[in-house]
Design a binder for this molecule. Structure first.
Ligand code: 9YT
Length: 130
């Protein structure tokens, strides 16, 4: 049985940050469950360009509000606590956090742990999965 608390992650290498967000990674590839599980906060007023071309992500909002815009069709989706979103495929999108926006995210394939978006908004795959 694998039991962890957010406090176990904060301040460790599994708390990963960039300018727009902090991601506390509770389950990773090394846990061998087929997905990774994150508790993530995107900071108020930020706009993040994302293209998960290598991953499927489901996002469940537990605090705050944000707008998602998919680039291919310009559609905008308002996300608030209790709302989940999961892209149809690997669409490029913007995430605009209207307030601090706290979400629980699941990624498949599981992240290794140190991923941040590259210049294309992508999380690269490790060499053995690329
Ligand atoms: C919602 C989203 O994709 N935010 C960027 C961070 C990512 N969810 C992560 O690595 O936890």
């Amino acid at each position: 049985m694998n039991v962890k608390s957010l406090e176990d992650i904060i301040g460790t290498e599994n708390e990963v940050q960039d300018d727009n967000w902090v991601s506390r990674r509770l389950l990773l590839r090394e846990d061998n469950v087929g997905f990774s599980l994150h508790d993530t906060v995107l900071y108020e007023g930020t706009e993040t360009y994302i293209w998960y071309k290598n991953h499927i992500e489901a996002v469940y909002c537990i605090e705050g509000e944000a707008e998602i815009e998919t680039l291919k069709d310009g559609k905008k989706y308002q996300i608030k606590p209790g709302t989940m979103y999961c892209l149809d495929g690997n669409e490029k999108h913007y995430l605009r956090a209207k307030t601090d926006f706290r979400v629980v995210c699941v990624f498949n394939p599981a992240l290794v742990g140190d991923e941040v978006h590259d210049e294309e908004g992508v999380y690269k795959l490790p060499a053995d999965q690329a």
